[in-house]
Design a protein around this ligand. Structure first.
Ligand SMILES: [Zn+2]
Length: 177
């Protein structure tokens, strides 16, 4: 199947200068029922990683993203609620596995709530170092980088990538060397 690709981060800033009369948006939370389990999973992982990140101010919608290859995007605007759009392209969501959906939602939450930007580094074995890579966010969903006799364990991979999401300085795991 096609890898998730070209996830974009759009940061629009500096718009407030000429709109001094506009009020900031109130804190709001709106997440579709289908996406809520993944946001809840993010909350659980945040807690495990002693992160104080809050999901209280968040809007997630399904809709058209900037390009047909984009499965999701995070829109951050000054004074506005972080807004994640998940593509309605069927391979992005309807045909995606539970892990693929989680990877996509976590990647966008990485942008929108953790302030993470894209990271393109790779391990010596070719695997992406981070879930925040822009080319294939399904890093632990597919286990496409088994090496030697290494049996790719999705749970082990998931643990590493989520550690790295919350703590970017997480050391290289054995399977990445
Ligand atoms: Zn991205």
């Amino acid at each position: 199947m096609r890898p998730f690709s070209l996830l974009t981060l759009l940061i629009l800033t500096g718009l407030t200068g000429c709109q001094s009369s506009s009020q900031p948006e109130p804190i709001q939370y709106s997440v579709p029922a289908e996406a809520e389990p993944y946001v809840q999973s993010f909350r659980d992982e945040a807690k495990k990683h002693n992160s104080t990140v809050s999901t209280a101010n968040l809007v997630v919608t399904y809709g058209a993203t900037q390009s047909e290859d984009v499965c999701g995007q995070c829109l951050l605007q000054s004074g506005k609620t972080p807004h994640i759009t998940l593509s309605t392209d069927s391979f992005c969501w309807q045909q995606a596995s539970q892990y693929e959906r989680e990877c996509l939602v976590f990647h966008e939450l990485g942008h929108c709530l953790l302030g993470r930007t894209h990271k393109t580094d790779k391990f010596p074995n070719g695997a992406f170092v981070s879930l925040m890579n822009p080319d294939n966010v399904s890093v632990y969903a597919t286990c496409r980088y088994p090496i030697g006799g290494d049996v790719c364990d999705k749970r082990t991979r998931r643990d590493y990538y989520i550690d790295e999401l919350f703590v970017a300085s997480t050391p290289t795991p054995d399977w990445g060397k």
